[in-house]
Design a protein around this ligand. Structure first.
Ligand code: BGC
Length: 384
């Protein structure tokens, strides 16, 4: 499949175009943002020190761990200027190591599921680490979210940010090739949060990197997201089997609860009894974005909390979006604010290639080859 090459090239173009846009100098830019601040955030069992970085720009505040590139907190003002942390997380490293359902983490080498953890590439079969029933989820038992990343802060014109590096060795979690991943978190002076993903490999492999922030725009721990309004410009989605592996069909959303083309609340159709929802305990599907793979990030979702007015717009160059309505939050985890998280207390919007792409020749390819550069960008714009 040559589609992957197009993704790779398209992604590169996107980064180029956007980099120029970000570089535009203004008086404000000249004053520059403040340098991210680093502080200790506990230790791993083997004594490895974990750090937390605090960044702020344009009214958006982020706290990021070098563990899994985790966005621990993301604070945004409401329409009256009152701040709330809108991302689920923990207040200590032990909980992240022992029981996180990927709160705020960077996901790799392959975001989402690969059936039975198996795929064939160039005639060779690979067995990946299996951690979700018989399937491999989010890279296996020790995905990119369960490693220490190298973190470098930067201030560039009016932008502030972090560059995160992780090298996944050949054979790690069963994946072929040493993959060098670089992820850049940028906060712009308009308060946008941009994620730039980049990766190279020394052997043909598959890659699908994403970010796993659990959003609640009313504030983490404040209750359900069922009254949040959501828009997804996608006329199709990928139905799954009971293990949440795509059947391969690209089904229409027309006349189903999966139709988010016109803005509606998440709660409106979440109990509609569609077999796909019953199977997933809610929404946990990949939407096939109408725009397809694009040269630069285009609109893929708008999420709004009507009470606070907080609005999140996401743009991406990727072909898919996983909307997960927090179905497996079961009241056993207590977050940063000391409140317990229950089913539907947050949602994830993961910009990505389709799940299980390595086993579906009709899906855009996720193959990365030596000499190619994987690049993709996600832009989060906030408003109130
Ligand atoms: C998946 C869910 C999974 C969750 C883990 C999401 O990306 O779509 O099925 O349970 O991650 O927290």
């Amino acid at each position: 499949m040559e589609l992957n090459r197009r993704t790779v090239i398209a992604g590169a173009a996107a980064a180029g175009i956007a980099a120029t846009t970000l570089g535009t100098g203004t008086a404000e830019a000249a004053s520059g943002g403040r340098k991210p601040v680093k502080e200790p955030f506990g230790k791993l069992a083997d004594g490895t020190k974990i750090y937390r970085w605090s960044l702020e720009n344009g009214g958006t505040r982020l706290k990021v761990l070098n563990w899994g590139g985790v966005v621990q907190t993301l604070e945004l003002p409401d329409r009256r200027g009152h701040y709330a942390n809108v991302a689920l997380g923990f207040d200590n490293i032990d909980d992240y190591v022992a029981k996180t359902p990927y709160f705020g983490a960077l996901i790799g080498r392959y975001g989402n599921r690969i059936a039975k953890g198996q795929f064939t590439l160039d005639g060779k079969s690979y067995q990946l680490s299996v951690n979700d029933g018989v399937n491999s989820l989010h890279g296996g038992t020790q995905g990119f979210d369960k490693h220490v990343w190298d973190v470098e802060p930067f201030v560039k014109g009016s932008d502030v940010g972090l560059v995160l590096h992780y090298t996944s060795v050949d054979g790690e979690m069963g994946y072929p090739g040493t993959l060098k991943a670089k992820v850049t978190y940028t906060l712009t002076k308009r308060g946008e949060w941009i994620i730039d993903y980049q990766a190279t490999t020394d052997k043909a492999t598959v890659v699908n990197l994403t970010s796993h922030v659990y959003w609640n725009l009313a504030g983490e721990g404040s209750g359900t997201i069922e009254d949040h309004e959501l828009t997804i410009p996608a006329g199709r989605y990928t139905p799954t089997d009971s293990g949440l592996i795509p059947t391969g069909e690209l089904a229409t959303v027309r006349g189903t609860p999966f139709d988010f083309r016109e803005t509606k609340t998440i709660g409106r159709d979440i109990r509609a009894g569609h077999v796909q929802q019953v199977q997933a305990k809610g929404f946990d599907h990949n939407w096939v974005l109408d725009k397809g793979i694009t040269a630069k990030p285009e609109h893929v979702a708008t999420l709004r909390d009507p009470r606070s007015g907080r609005t999140l717009k996401i743009a991406s160059d990727q072909p898919g979006l996983q909307f997960y309505s927090g179905n497996f939050l079961d009241g056993t985890l207590t977050g940063t604010g000391g409140r317990t998280y229950r089913q539907g207390d947050a949602l994830c919007l993961e910009t990505q290639h389709f799940p299980d792409s390595p086993n579906h020749s009709n899906f855009p390819s996720t193959v990365l080859r030596p000499g190619q550069v994987y690049r993709t960008r996600t832009v989060h714009t906030f408003d109130a």
